[in-house]
Design a protein around this ligand. Structure first.
Ligand SMILES: Nc1ncnc2c1ncn2[C@@H]1O[C@H](COP(=O)(O)OP(=O)(O)OP(=O)(O)O)[C@@H](O)[C@H]1O
Ligand SMILES: [Mg+2]
Length: 214
């Protein structure tokens, strides 16, 4: 199976990709993390991880450009699950990944500017579906205010529901991710969110995984 995290700039893609790969690895899944972003944030994250011998290593590769298509196809025969982290510029590497993926996860902030860019991601998914008709897409709300009294997601959910109403294979997850400092801490400890002591962040992510991945 190939799952790709695809969205615009700074939308928590790498954080989600890395935590997903680590979550699966800790469950015993034979997972490969594929960094398709020239920034190499996922690779750097894994370097921090490898420096901590208490943390189980997650195999990671970097791929870019047109080789992404054939490389991911080949690697998917060797691993149970590939998790691909894309760059934030709707670049060729990410679009090639969509051509071979089973699932694309699109994280989006509940803000007007983020919702405006969602359309661009949805267009890329639709273009990929011309060749990869079984591609499923799921949008997840990220960066949600951690104060439950601030209902920043209600309007966003309505706007997203309207955007996807004509698409069969694109849905919006019920689970979401709130803004929490622990997410920025883990990028330099090498941990996945489910390995932290932050129960709220961890259980929220597990709920998301149960809905979206397993
Ligand atoms: N749930 C969260 N709460 C608070 N901060 C977060 C959360 N998720 C990610 N972050 C932080 O937000 C920033 C952007 O996250 P990340 O690098 O994962 O996004 P990205 O979409 O991969 O960005 P890019 O487009 O540059 O690749 C990072 O500093 C990260 O630590
Ligand atoms: Mg990134």
């Amino acid at each position: 199976m190939i799952t790709t995290i695809f969205a615009t700039k700074s939308s928590t893609k790498t954080s989600i990709a890395v935590s997903t790969a680590i979550y699966l690895k800790n469950k015993g899944v034979d997972v490969l993390l594929c960094d398709l972003d020239s920034q190499k944030s996922a690779v750097i994250w894994m370097e921090y991880r490898d420096a901590d011998e208490k943390l189980i290593s997650v195999p990671t590769v970097e791929k870019s450009g047109s080789t992404v298509y054939s490389s991911l196809k080949e690697l998917s025969l060797k691993y149970d699950h590939l998790i691909c982290d894309c760059g934030g510029k709707n670049d060729a590497s990410g679009r090639y990944a969509l051509l071979v993926s089973d699932l694309v996860i699109i994280p989006v902030f509940p803000s007007n500017i983020s919702l405006m860019t969602l359309n661009q991601s949805l267009r890329s998914v639709e273009e990929a579906k011309v060749q990869n008709e079984n591609l499923q897409a799921i949008i997840i709300l990220t960066g949600v205010n951690s104060n439950p009294r601030i209902k920043d997601t209600d309007e966003a959910r309505e706007a997203i529901a309207d955007l996807i109403k004509d698409y069969d294979d694109i849905s919006l997850a019920k689970s979401f991710i709130t803004t929490r400092k622990v997410w920025s801490d883990i990028s330099c400890t090498g941990q996945g969110i489910t390995e932290t002591l932050n129960d709220k962040a961890s259980s929220q992510f597990i709920e998301l995984m149960n809905e979206v991945i397993l």
